[in-house]
Structures are given as structure tokens and as C-alpha cells.
Design a protein around this ligand. Structure first.
Ligand SMILES: NC(=O)C1=CN([C@@H]2O[C@H](COP(=O)(O)OP(=O)(O)OC[C@H]3O[C@@H](n4cnc5c(N)ncnc54)[C@H](OP(=O)(O)O)[C@@H]3O)[C@@H](O)[C@H]2O)C=CC1
Ligand SMILES: O=C(CO)COP(=O)(O)O
Length: 353
């Protein structure tokens, strides 16, 4: 595992419970020492007993030495930097599964494109799904998708594909991996669902109710499908674990940092005071910029992501923005159904709550 945060540590427990020799790399000496000496990551998973035998180090070469597979688990914005640092130390043909959720700012690249540009001799895939780190580390039953594009040889012999081999290595009584060859669908779903979770949080915090949240989840899934379509991802992936599964999880619980940020902002707490002012990884916040950038470049409508972007990055008001969202022209539920009618009965914003 490259990354000793909450998800990297939880994935180390998955690998260890599946019986794998497991190393974890992080840049913080104290965290590495605590994992090695008392089987705990007090900074990110305090109070959770990790299985015996996870070896933590701050030396990247040591962590990667002899690795049969690598899970890259640092935040999306660090992916390019970490891939470059890993490159000299990776053994030949070692597959790399990306576990961050996002799209690179500026380039608009999926994270697998970024990694493939640097780690040219390695198969790059992703592990994603409805997986809160704390629950996974505690051993609650969890399922996830492991996706790598399939080569010709993989199709001839699926069990020897990197996705299948990694799934076999990580699967246990606690952790059930599913195999996919739709890397694009998995990655797009993971990047967009965090933005939608912020939207659900904002609406919840602002006092809207369950009907509203359910509508946002499903219309958010439509935005995921549309973006996935453009890049050749499959709709059934978007309705699978890494799409609908993760969207449902993160839009339903304030264990999600994305949902929680939205709730705080919806209640009117200024951004600087959210999470008591502590720095917290909220992928949907940074990724709302790259998602909207992609949507504009590819000329597709993603109104929920756009609302979140405007609130987070352009100072728009939560209630006004979602009131506008609700009174947009009436449209077909399915995008192919080409119909757009002006809303004749739109209420003024203040009458909506
Ligand atoms: N937590 C979860 O439930 C899940 C998270 N994910 C995804 O996993 C990714 C990582 O998130 P998560 O583990 O939760 O985040 P955390 O905040 O828990 O941990 C982040 C980790 O990344 C390290 N880090 C940050 N910047 C750098 C850098 N420049 N170089 C090296 N290490 C760095 C931090 O180190 P330090 O402590 O030294 O700052 C820390 O170990 C995200 O994309 C997230 O969406 C996916 C599924 C579940
Ligand atoms: O991706 C996650 C669960 O699958 C974690 O969600 P948050 O990053 O919002 O906490």
C-alpha cells in the first residue's frame, strides 16, 4: 500500500486478512512506528486494532521491494508526484491499482491516464466501491470492484488477468472483490459521486428532506452515466458497486467527508470553519473543478455538479442555486428524449422552504 492514511491502512488490513505479506508506505515516521509497534494507526484510524504483521515504512524503495502488486492510496492530487517517485523502485510487470477517486486538475485526465503516462511498463487499474475505511478496517463485510482493461491475452485466459489475480489476492471472508474490465466507468463513477455527495449534504444541511436527496442521487447517477458514456465507460458499471453502490453510501451518511462538508456548508458554516478548521481530504471539492472542466470541454450538461461547483468555487448561495436547479425547464428523464419546456409555475426562491 502506498499511502498510510485511512484508506491505505484499511486496505492493508484487507490484504493482511487475506493472508498476504503486506507493506505500507507513508511519509510520517510516527504513524509508521505506531503501526509496527502497536498495530494501530492513531492518526487516521485511532482505536482500531490492525491485524498483526503489517510492515510500515517511510522508505519507498523498501515498501516496494519484492511487491507482487501495488495499491496506490494517496489523494488524487498527489497521484502524478507519487507515481514518479515510485517508478524507479517498481519491479517489472508489477500491476498498480489506483484507489484514489478523482480526475486530474488541468489535464482532465482520469487517474489511470496519469499513472500510465509515467509507469509505462505497468498495467494500471483501479479498486473502487462502497467502502468506508473505518468499516473495512473493523472487518465489516465489504465488496468492491477491481477494474483493469483486458488485453487480448486476458480475454483468452481471464484468471491470469491482473484484475482477477488481484481479486484473488485480496478476497477473504470479509472482503469480496468483483472483477471488471471497464476502468473508465469505474474511474468516472468514483470521481463524480463525491461531487454529488456534496450536493446531497448541502441540501440536507439546508433543511431539505429525503425526497430531495433521493432525487439528487438518481439525477446524479444520470450525470455519471453521461460522462462515462463520452469516454466509452459502460452504463452497467455506473449502476454497479463503484457507481450506484458508492453513490448510495456516500450520499446517505455523514461518515462521508464529502457529504459532511456539504451538510456543514448547507447549514451556513463558512468553509474555513468546516471540520473545526482541520485539513480533511474532500475529493469532491477539488474534483468539482475538474469534472466541470471536462463537462464543458465535452459539451455535456451536468447541472448538479455545476451547482456544487458554483457554490464551492464561485460563492453562489446553496438555497438559491438549488432553487434555480429545481425550476429549470422541464426535460425528458432519459437524455435521448429530446424535449425542453419552460417551467410555467416556478415559485420564488423564498417560497420553497
Ligand atoms: N477513507 C475512505 O473511506 C476512502 C477513501 N478513498 C480514497 O482514498 C484516497 C485517499 O484518501 P484517505 O486515505 O481517505 O485520506 P486520508 O486523509 O485518510 O489520508 C491521506 C494520506 O495521504 C498522505 N498524503 C497526502 N499528501 C501526500 C503526498 N503529497 N505525498 C505522500 N503522501 C501524502 C497523507 O499523509 P500525511 O498523514 O503525512 O499527511 C495520508 O497518509 C482518496 O482519493 C479517497 O477518496 C476511497 C475509498 C474509501
Ligand atoms: O469513497 C468513500 C467511500 O467509498 C469515502 O468517502 P469520503 O471520501 O466522502 O469520506
Amino acid at each position: 500500500m502506498i499511502g498510510a492514511g485511512s484508506w491505505g491502512t484499511a486496505l492493508a488490513t484487507v490484504a493482511r486478512r487475506a493472508g498476504r505479506a503486506t507493506s505500507i508506505w507513508g511519509r510520517d515516521e510516527d504513524t509508521a512506528a505506531a503501526i509496527n509497534t502497536r498495530n494501530e494507526n492513531p492518526k487516521y484510524l485511532p482505536g482500531i486494532d490492525l491485524p498483526e504483521g503489517i510492515e510500515a515504512t517511510t522508505d519507498l524503495a523498501e515498501a516496494l521491494d519484492g511487491a507482487g502488486a501495488v495499491l496506490l492510496v494517496t489523494p488524487s492530487r498527489t497521484l502524478r508526484e507519487i507515481s514518479m517517485k515510485m517508478k524507479p523502485h517498481l519491479g517489472p510487470d508489477v500491476p498498480v491499482a489506483l484507489c484514489a477517486k478523482g480526475i486530474e486538475a488541468g489535464t482532465g485526465y482520469l487517474l489511470s491516464e496519469v499513472a500510465a503516462e509515467i509507469l509505462t511498463d505497468h498495467r494500471i487499474g483501479a479498486l473502487s466501491g462502497p467502502t468506508f475505511a473505518t468499516e473495512t478496517a473493523l472487518g465489516h463485510l465489504t465488496a468492491a470492484t477491481i477494474a483493469f482493461q483486458f488485453s487480448y491475452a486476458d480475454r483468452l485466459d481471464p484468471p491470469s488477468s491482473p484484475a482477477a489475480r488481484l481479486a484473488l489476492s485480496l478476497g477473504s471472508d470479509f472482503f469480496r472483490p468483483y472483477i471488471s474490465d471497464d476502468l473508465v466507468g469505474v474511474e468516472v463513477s468514483g470521481a463524480v459521486k463525491n461531487v454529488i455527495a456534496i450536493a446531497c449534504g448541502m441540501m440536507t444541511g439546508a433543511g431539505y428532506a429525503e425526497n430531495t436527496r433521493a432525487a439528487l442521487i438518481v439525477r446524479g447517477m444520470d450525470e455519471m452515466k453521461t460522462l462515462a458514456d463520452v469516454f466509452g465507460g459502460r452504463r452497467e458499471t455506473v449502476t454497479g458497486l463503484a457507481g450506484a453502490g458508492d453513490l448510495t453510501l456516500t450520499c446517505s451518511s455523514q461518515t462521508s467527508r464529502n457529504m459532511s462538508l456539504g451538510v456543514q456548508l448547507g447549514k451556513g458554516i463558512p468553509r474555513a470553519h468546516c471540520f473545526d478548521g482541520k485539513p480533511v481530504v474532500v475529493e469532491g471539492e477539488v474534483n468539482s473543478v475538474s469534472v466541470m472542466d471536462l463537462a464543458r470541454r465535452m459539451n455535456i450538461r451536468m447541472p448538479i455538479c455545476e451547482a456544487v461547483f458554483r457554490i464551492l468555487h464561485q460563492g453562489a448561495d446553496v438555497r438559491e442555486t438549488f432553487a434555480e436547479f429545481w425550476s429549470r425547464p422541464i426535460e425528458g428523464e432519459r437524455r435521448g428524449l429530446s424535449i425542453l419546456i419552460d417551467h410555467p409555475n416556478a415559485m420564488p426562491t423564498e417560497a420553497r422552504l
